[in-house]
Design a protein around this ligand. Structure first.
Ligand code: DGJ
Length: 742
């Protein structure tokens, strides 16, 4: 998978369908050569870069006849000499200067993939699955070494990258910018678009696609969490590429804190794509002998369009980022009380909900916020993780026993990173909250954040959650996090390490999650941060599913889940059927629509089931029955996005099972168009000559093509003529399932 051509000094990294190549023009000029479809041979085209000398740029000594590194496609760049673009790495030395010059020192290629100590990352189960290149550079004036780490998966078209920086000098060195990956593409600035996800609370994952401009375009977070506002993902998409064709380069950071990712296009149309920890307020001190490990970036290339890129991420994250017993298992279908009761519940109420839920086949009762301390609204008690005996007179065990007696598992909500000013914990340890001396701390949802850059506070969090998990039969934890950071810093950090705070918090959180998830491998953890405020690969490493959004309206969820699917697999999306009118939008949608939309992810219900009519319960039972039949294909099949709710009135997804024998079309429209046009939906990637038989008995008020159980089509008919829908009702959905005949 990885080869080094010693004569030409070129590294070639091959996955099954892609090639990535770079080589040395000189000991310090590592130049990107190629990233795209698999090719057999790569080389420097003679004189390829010599024209790249421009008036207005300086020329590095020794490079006079080769090119100017201010415009060369650099694979690794630093600041303070001839490259003036945003560098991969920027260091500040004890003498106040920032100029580095790294020369090749050595490299090694080996089978497998090393772990990233203290950080989440993709992994292999067998060393044959991937090869790794560690490429080391050294600055012999400043005595610092840098190791670029590349791992190439054999069967999945993904390349992971990270970097280590080691201070081998006798003086302190500061890292002020460190990108986990940075790749330069020459002369593409006019041909490609910047595709990214942005949003806000309850409207996460809005998809935006903008032409590259001369200058910089970025997604980022300075909020301490990866955030609702931008996701640590972007793609560089060929202007003519669509969902199923054209070149797409994906960049994703496996990280849950402040990040930056973007594309800087210079005046010669060279695009520098980069992703890493956000440099804003970041300043990491390396004392003599200390080493810094960057988070991991995952790069993908697909010439089969945006769906092609997503399929690569989905497969990698589903199988080699998520871990533990729940990775491949069918997860329990849950009922959560939050939207049904908020803080206003009793043991009796929860048992009444569980009783109805158990009757229609739900498997897990999740008790959400409000079970502890004196928490009857969101003003108090975070940190006091002891049951509220007024609401739960028999304690957590009493409730868990009753839920278990109904044949259901019991799950519990926590927000362990937080502390309410009105809490016993705060009264004893006011200094444990993140705060800056002599400054007032800002509140978010009336709460403060625990200072997880401090080990003793991390250990408190571990023991407070572990105590409960050890003493009650809890088989699921919802790990919530409901505010972003404001005063960045820790009273325990010295002045010259204050810029480390945001990253140290993440290391603390990852230490907590690693400890708890290893200690309780039988507990399913679900991430949450006011919905999708921390939906990223970092969290998925510890928790295989994340609540996508606090907006549970089926209509809005179509767009939110569509956007989320750009990078993250459906198996990682927590999706619930909630009550109508929806609490966020007031919208009325049928149980079928709510169920169809939720079943592409990890299905759950979130309403007061004790109040549901028999008719509604029967409709919910049918949702569960259908989900059980098809969840394997929704979660493990290849997903194709057929129509975008950001560009049209429809959100349409297609799933093809891994064995290619079953095909699901999930159709949905937003607004009804009275007596409107016939909308043709063509499927993709089928066998044109095979016969596909409908196996689901779907009654849809939108479909006008005669497709009922037993009806059959040739693949080419589904791909050319397709199915015809008429949008007669707002928010109607249809699920059609075809079985390919042998
Ligand atoms: C925010 C979450 O996203 C909700 O699902 C719910 O758990 C509330 N927090 C509880 O406070």
């Amino acid at each position: 998978m990885i080869t080094y051509n010693e004569k030409d000094r070129i590294f070639k990294l091959d996955t099954k369908n892609t090639t990535y190549a770079f080589g040395f023009l000189s000991d310090f000029a590592l130049v990107h050569i190629y990233y795209g479809d698999f090719i057999k041979n790569v080389r420097f085209i003679p004189d390829e870069f010599s024209y790249m000398e421009r008036l207005g740029s300086s020329t590095e000594h020794g490079m006079e006849n080769i090119g100017c590194i201010d415009v060369l496609p650099m694979e690794f760049s630093t600041f303070g000499h001839a490259d003036t673009r945003l560098p991969t790495l920027n260091l500040k030395y004890a003498d106040g200067t920032c100029a580095s010059r790294f020369n090749y020192r050595n490299h090694k290629i080996f089978a497998g993939k090393p772990i990233l100590r203290g950080l989440p990352a993709t992994y292999v189960e067998d060393d044959n699955e991937a090869d790794t290149l560690e490429l080391e550079f050294y600055d012999n004036v400043k005595n610092v070494s840098v190791t670029l780490v590349y791992t190439v998966y054999r069967e999945i078209d993904a390349i992971t990258r990270s970097m280590r920086v080691k201070n081998e000098s006798s003086e302190d060195v500061f890292i002020t910018r460190i990108m986990s990956a940075s790749v330069d593409f020459t002369t593409v600035g006019n041909e490609y678009d910047f595709l990214h996800l942005n949003g806000a609370w309850v409207r996460e994952f809005k998809l935006s696609r903008d032409p590259l401009i001369c200058g910089s375009q970025e997604v980022y977070s300075r909020r301490g969490t990866s955030s609702h506002h931008h996701n640590p993902f972007f793609a560089m998409v060929h202007r003519k590429a669509d969902e199923n064709s054209g070149n797409v380069y994906g960049f994703n950071l496996i990280y849950s804190g402040n990040f930056t990712g973007g594309i800087e296009v210079d005046t010669y149309e060279t695009a520098r794509c980069y992703i890493g920890i956000n440099s804003f307020n970041f300043n990491w001190k390396l004392e003599t002998g200390e080493e810094f490990q960057s988070p991991e970036a995952v790069l993908t290339f697909s010439s089969s369009g945006i769906s092609g890129m997503s399929q690569i991420y989905h497969k990698l994250y589903r199988t080699r980022l998520c871990r533990g017993d729940f990775r491949d298992a069918n997860r329990p279908i849950l009922i959560n009380n939050w939207e049904g009761t908020r803080f206003d519940f009793t043991e009796e109420k929860i048992v009444a909900i569980a009783e109805k839920a158990s009757k229609i086949g739900l498997e897990l009762m999740v008790l959400d916020d409000g079970w502890f301390g004196k928490r009857n609204d969101d003003h108090s008690s975070l940190g006091d993780w002891k049951p509220n005996l007024e609401k739960l007179p028999n304690g957590l065990n009493g409730l868990a026993d009753k839920v278990n007696a109904l044949g259901m598992k019991f799950g519990l909500w926590f927000e362990p990173e937080m502390i309410s000013p009105d809490s016993d914990l705060y009264r004893v340890h006011p200094d444990w909250a993140i705060h800056l001396n002599n400054r007032t701390s800002s509140l978010g949802r009336y709460q403060l954040i625990l200072d997880l850059s401090r080990k003793e506070i991390c250990d408190f969090v571990i023991s407070s959650v572990a105590d409960i998990l050890n003493n009650t039969n809890i088989e699921y934890v919802k790990w919530d996090m409901n505010r972003t950071f404001s005063e960045f810093g820790s009273v325990e950090l010295p002045a010259d390490r204050m810029g480390e705070f945001a990253h140290r918090y993440m290391l603390g959180l990852y230490y907590i999650l690693e400890t708890l998830t290893s200690k309780f491998p039988n507990v399913l953890f679900e991430g949450c941060a006011s919905g999708g405020g921390r939906f990223d690969g970092g969290i998925l490493y510890y928790m295989p599913q994340i609540w996508v959004s606090d907006c549970s309206d089926a209509g809005e969820r179509l767009s939110i889940q569509y956007g989320c699917s750009l990078c993250y697999p459906t198996s990682s999306m927590g999706c619930h059927v909630s009550a109508i009118p929806n609490h966020q939008t007031g919208r009325l949608t049928s149980m079928k629509t709510r169920g169809d939309v939720a079943m592409m992810g990890q299905l759950g219900f979130e309403l007061d089931m004790s109040l549901m009519t028999d008719e509604d319960l029967e409709a919910a039972r049918k949702v569960i029955e259908k989900y059980r039949k098809y969840r394997d294909i929704f979660h493990n099949g290849n997903m194709y996005r057929i129509s975008s709710p950001f560009e049209s009135n429809e959100a349409i997804f297609q799933f093809i099972s891994e064995d290619e024998k079953t095909v699901i079309l999930l159709y949905s429209n937003k607004h009804a168009v009275p007596y409107g046009p016939h909308k043709r939906t063509t499927l993709v990637n089928l066998d044109p000559n095979a016969n596909y038989i409908e196996i689901e008995d779907e009654i849809s008020d939108a479909l006008i093509t005669p497709v009922t159980k037993g009806h059959n089509y040739f693949g080419y008919e589904l791909m050319k003529r397709g199915l015809i829908f008429m949008e007669k009702r707002d928010y109607s959905t249809a699920i059609h399932v075809f079985r390919k005949e042998d």
